[in-house]
Write a protein that binds this ligand. Structure first.
Ligand code: CU
Length: 354
C-alpha cells in the first residue's frame, strides 16, 4: 500500500514537474509599449485583467460590403481621377476575442484597411499620411511605376507623407500592404487591405463582399493563435451573413495569413466558380475548395438554390477551430419584383462602374 502510494506521489509530482514548464511557456506574459507610452502586458491567450479597453472599433459585418470608391473628378483626357486619404497608425488596441487584446497597426483605423475600389484605367491617387511611430509605406500589387511601389520610398512616422499615383490595373482583386522591414512584423500587425479593380465592362450584378483571411499572433511567438475571415475569430459564425436564394454572390477573397504556408476555403452545400486573382472574366475552376498561399487571392461566385444555414471555413481544421469559420444564412427570395429593381451591388451600388 505504501509502495503504491509512493509510486502515485512520484508519478503525480513528475506530471506536476513536467506540466508547469509547458503551461509557463504558453502563458508567459509579454509586454509592448504603445506609441503613447502605455505599457501593455498580455499573454495573448487568457483573459487579461490588466488591460480592458479597446481603442479600435471594427465591425466585420460593415466591413464585408463596404467599398471605398474615393472622391472622383474628371481628368482632361476624359478618364476618372479617384483620390483617397489613408492614414497609418501603430498604437491601436483591438479586442480580437473576449479578453484577448492585440496591438493593431492600422490603415484608416482598422484591420484590414479600407477596400479601395476603382475601375481599370482610372487614375488612383493615394494621399498617404504616416501618423505612426515607425516607418510605413503602402505597397500595391498590380501594375505601376517603380517609384509608386511603396518599397524604397519609406515614409517616416509622426506625420510623414507620400502621394502614390498610378493607373488602376489590371482588373482583378489585389492586396495592398506596408512594405517596411521587418516585413512580417508590419504585415501581421494589420497593415494590409484589399484593392479591387473592376473591369471596364463591369461584372454581372451581384451581392458583393470582401473576405480577408487573416491570422493573429497574439503572444508574439511567430505562430498564429487565432484565425479569421475579416479579423474577428468566429464572427460570421455568431453573426451569419444573410443572403438570398438564386442571387449571385461574389466574394473577393484575399489570404493575408503569415507564418502558416497555406490557407484554404471550403463552402458547404454548393460549389463556386473561381477566378484566380480575378484577372480573367472566365472562371478557371468550379469547385468547393481552394488553397491559397500568402497574398494569393481570387473571386468566388455562387448562388444557393436551397434556403438554410451553410458553413464556410478553412478545411485546415486547426484554423477553423481557432476562428476561421462562418455561416451563410440563405433565405428564400420571395420578392421577385424587388429583385428586378435591385441595384447592381449592395452597399455602394450607385458608385458601381462610375
Ligand atoms: Cu509598416
Amino acid at each position: 500500500m505504501m509502495i503504491f502510494s509512493l509510486i502515485a506521489v512520484v508519478s503525480i509530482s513528475s506530471i506536476f514537474f513536467i506540466l508547469p514548464e509547458s503551461i509557463k511557456a504558453q502563458s508567459e506574459e509579454k509586454a509592448f509599449v504603445t506609441h503613447s507610452g502605455a505599457v501593455v502586458r498580455t499573454t495573448g491567450e487568457i483573459i487579461d485583467p490588466l488591460y480592458v479597453e479597446a481603442t479600435m472599433e471594427f465591425d466585420p459585418m460593415e466591413y464585408l460590403r463596404d467599398f471605398d470608391y474615393g472622391t472622383t473628378s474628371p481628368l482632361p483626357d476624359g478618364t476618372t481621377l479617384r483620390e483617397y486619404t489613408i492614414v497609418a497608425e501603430d498604437d491601436k488596441i483591438m479586442e480580437v476575442s473576449p479578453g484577448v487584446f492585440y496591438n493593431a497597426w492600422t490603415f484608416n483605423g482598422s484591420v484590414p484597411g479600407p477596400t479601395i475600389r476603382a475601375t481599370e484605367g482610372d487614375t488612383v491617387r493615394i494621399n498617404f499620411i504616416n501618423n505612426g511611430s515607425k516607418e510605413h509605406t503602402m505597397h500595391f500589387h498590380g501594375i505601376h511605376p517603380a517609384e509608386m511601389d511603396g518599397v524604397f520610398e519609406v515614409v517616416g512616422g509622426g506625420g510623414g507623407q507620400f502621394t502614390y499615383e498610378f493607373i488602376a490595373g489590371p482588373a482583378g482583386v489585389h492586396p495592398y500592404h506596408c512594405h517596411v522591414m521587418p516585413l512580417e512584423e508590419h504585415i501581421v500587425h494589420g497593415l494590409y487591405g484589399v484593392f479591387i479593380v473592376d473591369p471596364k465592362e463591369g461584372r454581372e450584378p451581384a451581392d458583393e463582399m470582401v473576405m480577408v483571411l487573416n491570422g493573429l499572433d497574439t503572444d508574439f511567438d511567430t505562430e498564429n493563435n487565432f484565425y479569421a475571415a475579416n479579423t474577428i475569430p468566429f464572427y460570421y459564425q455568431h453573426h451569419p451573413i444573410q443572403i438570398k436564394t438564386n442571387e449571385l454572390i461574389r466574394v473577393y477573397v484575399v489570404n493575408m495569413v503569415e507564418f502558416d504556408p497555406i490557407n484554404n476555403l471550403h463552402l458547404h452545400g454548393n460549389l463556386y466558380k473561381y477566378y484566380p486573382t480575378g484577372t480573367d472574366l472566365v472562371p478557371s475552376f468550379y469547385t468547393d475548395m481552394i488553397t491559397l498561399s500568402q497574398t494569393e487571392r481570387g473571386i468566388m461566385e455562387f448562388e444557393y438554390q436551397y434556403p438554410g444555414k451553410y458553413l464556410f471555413h478553412a478545411h485546415k481544421v486547426e484554423f477553423s477551430e481557432k476562428g476561421w469559420v462562418g455561416i451563410f444564412l440563405v433565405s428564400d427570395d420571395d420578392s421577385d419584383s424587388e429583385q428586378e429593381t435591385s441595384p447592381a451591388t449592395k452597399g455602394d451600388a450607385t458608385e458601381y462602374g462610375t
